[in-house]
Design a protein around this ligand. Structure first.
Ligand code: NAG
Ligand code: NAG
Ligand code: NAG
Length: 368
C-alpha cells in the first residue's frame, strides 16, 4: 500500500512537471556552453589556475549571500540573467557540480569553463579547463540522462522545443592562445590570422553540428567582444584611457564577420534549427564608448584587480583593491564585465533589435 502511494505521488509529480513544462510559455531548459563569461562553477571542480571561487567574486550574488560561486564577476552572469527572464526557476547547474543530477538538470546544465575555447589547445596556460569539444561530449552524457528522466520521445521534444542552447566562446582562442607572447609563437609563425580564424570556425561548425545531432535546435551564439579594450590588454600594452589594442580587436572583428556567414549557412543547411547571432562586440563597444550615458564612471579601470594604470594585471582576489561603487564600473576585473554591465547586455539580447541580436531576439526564440 505504502509503495503504491509513493508510486502514485511520484507519477502525479512527474506528470505535472511534464505538463507544466509542455504547456506554459516559460522556457524549459537553458544549456550554457562557453568560457569564463558564463562559467557558473565548473572550474571549482578542476585543478586549474583559472578560478573565481575566491572573494570578493560573487559579492553581489544574492543566491549565495554574497559568497563566491565560481562565477567570474561580482553578481550574475549574462546566462543567469537571461535564464531568469525567460522563466526558469533555477540557474542552470554546473555539469561538474555534485547536484547536477536527477530532475535538477531539467532546468538546464552549464558546461562553461574559465579558460576554455573553441580550439583544444586554448587555455593550456591554466593547466586545466573544458574546451568546447569536451563541453559537447558532456552534453552528450546529459542528453542520455534526459531520455531516462522523461522517456525518449518526450525528451526529444523538450530538447528541441523547450530548450535554448547558448554558446559564448572564442575570446580565449585569441587572448589565451593566438595572442599569448610565449606559448603561441609557433602557431603565430606557422598560421596567419586568416588561417587561424578559419580553423576556429571549422571546429565551431563541427561542434554546433554535433549539438544538432543531439537534438539541439534553438541556438544563440555570441561573437567575440572588443578584447582589445579590456583592462588587461590596455594595461599590458600601456594604452591611454580611450585607446584599445588594435590587433586584438581586428582579430575579433575578422572572426565575427566569418561567424555571421557560418550561422547563415547553418540556418540554411540544418533543417528545423534556428541559429541566432548575439552581437556582443557592438553591445560592449557601445558601453565602452558611451559609458557615462549608462551611469558608469569608467569603462577602462577594473573594479577589482591590481597593477598598472587600469588595475588590469593581477586578477581579482582577497588582496585586490576594490572600487567604491561596483555598479559604476563596466569591468569587474581585468577581463570580465560587472553585473551592472551584464544586466544591460542581457536586456538587449532578450528584447533588443536586429542590430544586437538577429535574426530575432531571445524572447522570440523561446516562443518559436
Ligand atoms: C547546485 O550547487 C551549486 C554549488 O556548486 C549551487 O550554487 C547551486 O545553487 C545548486 N543548485 C541547485 C539547483 O541545487
Ligand atoms: C581535445 O582534448 C580532449 C581532452 O582534453 C580529448 O578528449 C579530445 O579528443 C581532444 N579533441 C581533439 C579534436 O583533439
Ligand atoms: C554521443 O555518445 C555516443 C555514445 O558514446 C556516441 O556513439 C555518439 O557518437 C555521440 N554523439 C555525438 C554527437 O558526439
Amino acid at each position: 500500500m505504502k509503495s503504491y502511494i509513493v508510486a502514485l505521488v511520484l507519477t502525479i509529480f512527474i506528470y505535472s512537471f511534464g505538463a507544466n513544462a509542455a504547456d506554459d510559455s516559460n522556457l524549459g531548459a537553458s544549456f550554457i556552453f562557453g568560457d569564463s563569461l558564463v562559467d557558473a562553477g565548473n572550474n571549482n571542480y578542476l585543478s586549474t589556475l583559472s578560478r573565481a571561487n575566491i572573494k570578493p567574486n560573487g559579492i553581489d550574488f544574492k543566491a549565495s549571500g554574497g559568497n563566491p560561486t565560481g562565477r567570474f564577476t561580482n553578481g550574475r552572469t549574462i546566462g543567469d540573467i537571461v535564464g531568469e527572464e525567460l522563466g526558469i526557476p533555477n540557474y542552470a547547474v554546473p555539469f561538474l557540480a555534485p547536484n547536477a543530477t536527477g530532475k535538477t538538470i531539467l532546468y538546464g546544465v552549464n558546461y562553461a569553463s574559465g579558460g576554455g575555447g573553441i580550439m583544444n589547445a586554448t587555455g593550456r596556460i591554466f593547466v586545466n579547463r573544458l574546451g568546447m569539444d569536451v563541453q559537447v561530449d558532456y552534453f552528450n552524457i546529459t542528453r542520455r540522462q534526459f531520455d531516462q528522466l522523461l522517456g525518449a520521445s518526450q525528451a526529444r521534444d523538450y530538447i528541441m522545443k523547450k530548450s535554448i542552447f547558448s554558446i559564448t566562446i572564442g575570446a580565449n582562442d585569441f587572448l589565451n592562445n593566438y595572442l599569448l607572447p610565449v606559448l603561441s609563437v609557433g602557431a603565430r609563425i606557422s598560421e596567419s590570422p586568416d588561417a587561424f580564424v578559419d580553423d576556429m570556425l571549422s571546429h565551431l561548425r563541427n561542434q554546433l553540428t554535433r549539438m544538432y545531432q543531439l537534438d539541439a535546435r534553438k541556438f544563440v551564439i555570441g561573437n567575440v567582444g572588443p578584447i582589445g579594450c579590456i583592462p588587461y590588454q590596455k594595461t599590458i600594452n600601456q594604452l591611454d584611457e580611450n585607446e584599445c589594442v588594435s590587433l586584438a580587436n581586428q582579430l575579433a572583428t575578422q572572426y565575427n564577420g566569418k561567424l555571421k556567414d557560418l550561422l547563415a549557412q547553418l540556418n540554411d543547411n540544418l533543417p528545423g534549427a534556428t541559429f541566432i547571432l548575439a552581437n556582443v562586440y557592438d553591445l560592449v563597444m557601445e558601453l565602452i564608448r558611451n559609458y557615462n550615458k549608462y551611469g558608469f564612471i569608467t569603462a577602462s579601470r577594473a573594479c577589482c584587480g591590481n597593477g598598472g594604470q587600469f588595475a588590469g594585471i593581477i586578477p581579482c582576489g582577497p588582496t585586490s583593491s576594490m572600487c567604491q561603487d561596483r555598479a559604476k564600473h563596466v569591468f569587474w576585473d581585468p577581463y570580465h564585465p560587472s553585473e551592472a554591465a551584464n544586466i544591460i547586455i542581457a536586456k538587449q539580447l532578450l528584447d533588443g533589435g536586429k542590430q544586437y541580436i538577429s535574426p530575432m531576439n531571445l524572447r522570440q526564440l523561446r516562443d518559436l
